[in-house]
Design a protein around this ligand. Structure first.
Ligand SMILES: CC(=O)SCCNC(=O)CCNC(=O)[C@H](O)C(C)(C)COP(=O)(O)OP(=O)(O)OC[C@H]1O[C@@H](n2cnc3c(N)ncnc32)[C@H](O)[C@@H]1OP(=O)(O)O
Length: 405
């Protein structure tokens, strides 16, 4: 039997790493895409599983700053999770994740996060679905019916080259309100938000960016193209990847603009927040439809005391939490309130017991602890403890993530 070794993938093995990932995902990549992936790997922590000299498994973790309620925390953004078809089912992924957790702890990253290609896979490693998004479609063969008056401000087309500088302040302000969002630098805007070609939809146009008003009070990023993957839209769709606005009137003006684009029949937005005002100010809910709800960011809390101390709290609570994972349980006394939190390890009897997956699901405010308790996933030892922690965890806005990595 061979012994696997888990170690850092050196820069000299980047081509092997890319070949492995395209093999694992049954994909190919043109030169431009390969170069983009190489750049992503270069800036990431890369963990390889080596069988002798052969690279048979890998993952990479990009250092991110993730917004959490009231602040932000370092977070390992896990990507390129790939095991060679000939080595599957032998614990390679489990070994890679174990190695990554050691590195995250050494690097002071209390959180890890990923976008899952397979929602059934990551719960066993302690990940919970921390943010969810709606897919929304709007019929655009007629004007958008609205219940509010849209802002009477001009729409400007912005060169994608100029977009990061113009949009960054708006994006940062909205990110401060909502947990689950990744801090973007210029490279992120260029390679992740505004790439010339979308990996998942190469038939769509390059990105179009519009702003509303001067200085901008809102913006939208979208692409247009034929609706080959959307039944009933032969003439085309507007695929919206992002729309942020300071006021409902500004949002209404931007949606109205998107619906009025010539030669398209459908506006489709894949990643809208669950409290999107559009769903309330649209006058015709047959015209504006939620087509699906999916988990977006899967979160793993690696250092619960740091994570709990670093977020804001909406109501006071003083509780002993027993947080379990597949290997161990830790008991923490959480004393929290609007002025902050202290967290100490304790042997006292717990008020609540739940798995680290549940902590991840409710940590950013994306899922209510009460809902998890009603699903049988939280044990309440002290009556009223679920309600107290649920109230303390609440956030004004639901967590939301659109940045895929
Ligand atoms: C963030 C991302 O990149 S998501 C994309 C993930 N990558 C892919 O889908 C690429 C193609 N697939 C692969 O490369 C591999 O099949 C992987 C990475 C999904 C799994 O790698 P393996 O080395 O076979 O997994 P490993 O043997 O360590 O299994 C660990 C556990 O996961 C389970 N598991 C493995 N694959 C899957 C799956 N597709 N769905 C659900 N569970 C799975 C195993 O049963 C095992 O569970 P257990 O320990 O509780 O018994």
């Amino acid at each position: 039997m061979t012994t696997l070794e888990f170690r850092r993938i050196p820069e000299a093995h980047l081509d092997r790493a890319l070949d492995l990932t395209y093999l694992a995902f049954e994909e190919s990549a043109d030169a431009e895409r390969r170069e983009r992936h190489r750049e992503m790997l270069l800036g990431a922590e890369r963990v390889g599983a080596y069988d002798g000299d052969d690279l048979v498994g890998m993952l990479a973790a990009r250092p991110l700053l993730l917004s959490v309620p009231g602040g932000e925390l370092p977070c390992a953004g896990v990507m390129f999770v790939s095991v060679s078809p000939g080595h599957r089912g032998r614990g390679v992924l489990r070994g890679l994740i174990g190695e990554l957790w050691s590195r995250c702890r050494a690097a002071g990253q209390p959180l890890a996060a990923l976008w899952a290609a397979d929602a059934g896979l990551y719960g066993r490693f302690g990940f919970g679905a921390a943010t969810h998004v709606y897919g929304v479609e709007i019929d655009s063969d007629r004007p958008l019916a609205l219940r509010i008056e849209p802002a009477d401000l001009p729409v400007h087309f912005v060169d994608p080259e100029d977009a990061p500088a113009l949009l960054a302040p708006l994006h940062a302000a909205h990110r401060r309100r909502r947990a689950g969002r990744v801090a973007r630098d210029n490279a992120w805007w260029r390679t992740r938000t505004l790439p010339e070609t979308e990996d998942d939809a190469p038939h769509l146009s390059p990105p179009r960016v519009v702003t509303l008003g001067t200085p901008p009070v809102g913006y939208a990023v979208y692409r247009t193209g034929d609706g080959r993957d959307v039944p009933g839209t032969p003439d085309g769709i507007v695929a919206v990847s992002e729309l942020e606005a300071d006021t409902p009137e500004a949002a209404a003006a931007l949606w109205r603009h998107l619906v009025s684009i010539d030669r398209t029949e459908r506006v489709r937005a894949w990643g809208r927040p669950l409290d999107d005002p559009l769903l309330h100010f649209a006058a015709d809910r047959d015209q504006v439809r939620v087509t699906r709800e999916i988990p977006a960011l899967w979160l793993r809390v690696l250092d619960a005391p740091t994570a709990l101390k670093s977020r804001s709290w909406s109501a006071p609570c003083d509780l002993v939490l027993e947080i379990t994972d597949s290997r161990a349980a830790e008991r923490l006394r959480l004393t929290a309130g609007p002025d902050g939190a202290t967290v100490t390890r304790t042997d006292e009897a717990p008020d609540l017991t739940f798995d680290v997956r549940e902590l991840a699901a409710c940590y950013l405010g994306g899922t209510g602890l009460r809902d998890l308790a009603r699903a049988g996933l939280v044990t309440e030892h002290t009556p009223g403890a679920v309600a107290r922690l649920d109230a303390a965890l609440r956030t004004e806005y639901p967590a939301h993530t659109v940045d895929e990595f």
